[in-house]
Design a binder for this molecule. Structure first.
Ligand SMILES: Nc1ncnc2c1ncn2[C@@H]1O[C@H](COP(=O)(O)OP(=O)(O)O)[C@@H](O)[C@H]1O
Ligand SMILES: [Mg+2]
Length: 365
């Protein structure tokens, strides 16, 4: 595989890591194209850091091969991998100047002092903090310190930039700014980047490709729209955004759609993700934002649409949007997200929910 004419810039091939009884990463096959920003997304403990550490040379795979630019690097020492790293505790050296902090990455390169000065100043310009070299870390804000950490990682002109939850210690507003900052910087530099996060919004907003992981196993990879709109299983659909799941039995196929009988004998038309046979148990997944509410008294059935009837049991205002919780006759509660209207629905209101089958996907159980 490594001899492909156009090898992936970074390639994991059957990579595994076992810690005693724990399989931290299992059979990982992943290609990362040159210049792209790929996020590893999943809950705590799913193996994201371990995968990154194997690429960095901080852990040795128990099986499989890792390639950078077509070259197998399993046995290449850390300092010869030419990787830039930013970790969660991006701590700068507090008693060193910003210049020395950034220059630290160049310490083991045989280059002249003049060159070091130029490269450091260039890196500081890249993160939009030119001329900050003489300051101390304590004189900088949290966001500025984060940018210095980025400057330190890019000053070596790395082949790959590795970031392990670099934003999780920051508060919400700063995190959003930094997310954009990283995104822009990555595009300006065109540097291949692997970004680890457990925050789905972070992953969806900045990635060319999202890799969703669970228990050391890749669940799905694709661009943000793909993994969000065409989640391959319950875990992915549940982890990304707000999803509702309706269990039922497959009844019949109708063109592109499949008709499912739900537990309350109501039916739902959905787009099947894969092959289903009649009588098979399955679940329809519907995004909270794709459900439209109406009053039952105004109910007027449009052909080809799915309808569910229920009662509002709770609502919460989220600024611009409202979350409604609608209890069906079965007792199941659906989560509906609507834009704020002048007269919002109230608790105890009887409502119907309309969903276009185009927004219902049928998943295997
Ligand atoms: N050095 C280690 N020794 C033993 N178990 C480890 C070690 N590092 C990670 N693990 C285990 O491997 C699994 C994956 O961990 P990790 O890669 O840190 O996940 P994530 O970064 O997604 O939170 C977890 O079950 C974790 O406890
Ligand atoms: Mg981690």
């Amino acid at each position: 595989m490594a001899q492909d004419k156009d090898p992936a810039f970074v390639r994991f091939e059957g990579v595994e890591k076992r810690f005693g009884k724990v399989m931290a990463v299992q059979k990982m096959d992943l290609d990362i194209p040159e210049g792209s920003l790929v996020t590893l997304l999943g809950p705590s403990g799913c193996g994201k850091t371990t995968l990154l550490r194997m690429l960095a040379g901080l852990e040795t795979p128990t099986a499989g091969s890792i390639y950078i630019k077509g070259k197998r690097i399993n046995d290449t020492p850390i300092h010869k991998r030419n990787l830039g790293m930013i970790f969660q505790n991006y701590a700068l050296f507090p008693h060193k100047t910003i210049f020395d902090n950034v220059a630290f990455g160049l310490k083991y390169r045989k280059i002249s002092k003049q060159e070091v000065r130029e490269k450091v100043e260039q890196a500081l310009e890249m993160v939009r903090l030119p001329g900050f070299g003489n300051r101390m870390p304590s004189q900088l804000s949290g966001g500025q310190q984060q940018r210095i950490a980025m400057a330190r990682a890019i000053v070596i002109e790395p082949d790959v930039l590795l970031m392990d939850e670099p934003l999780s210690a920051l508060d919400e507003n700063l995190r959003e700014d930094m997310r954009r900052e990283i995104d822009n910087l990555q595009q300006d530099l065109g540097v291949t980047t692997i970004f680890v996060t457990h925050d789905q919004r972070e992953a969806l907003s900045m990635s060319d490709k999202v890799v969703v992981m669970k228990d050391g196993v890749m669940q799905q990879e694709g661009n943000p729209e793909e993994v969000y709109n065409n989640s391959v299983n319950h875990f992915v659909a549940d982890f990304l955004g707000h999803s509702n799941f309706l269990k039922g039995t497959v009844k019949e196929k109708k063109d592109r759609m499949t008709l499912v009988e739900l537990e309350d004998k109501n039916t739902c038309l959905a787009i099947p993700a894969g092959q289903f046979s009649d009588g098979e148990q399955a679940e329809a997944v519907i995004r909270a934002q794709k459900m439209k509410l109406g009053y039952q008294r105004d109910f007027d059935k449009e052909p080809g649409m799915n309808y569910f009837f229920g009662r509002i049991v709770d609502r919460s205002y989220m600024g611009g949007e409202v979350s409604y919780f609608v209890e069906l006759a079965t007792g199941q509660v659906l989560h509906v997200i609507s834009f704020v209207k002048r007269t919002p629905y109230r608790r105890h209101d009887e409502v119907f929910i309309k969903v276009d089958p185009e927004h219902c996907r049928l998943l295997k159980l």
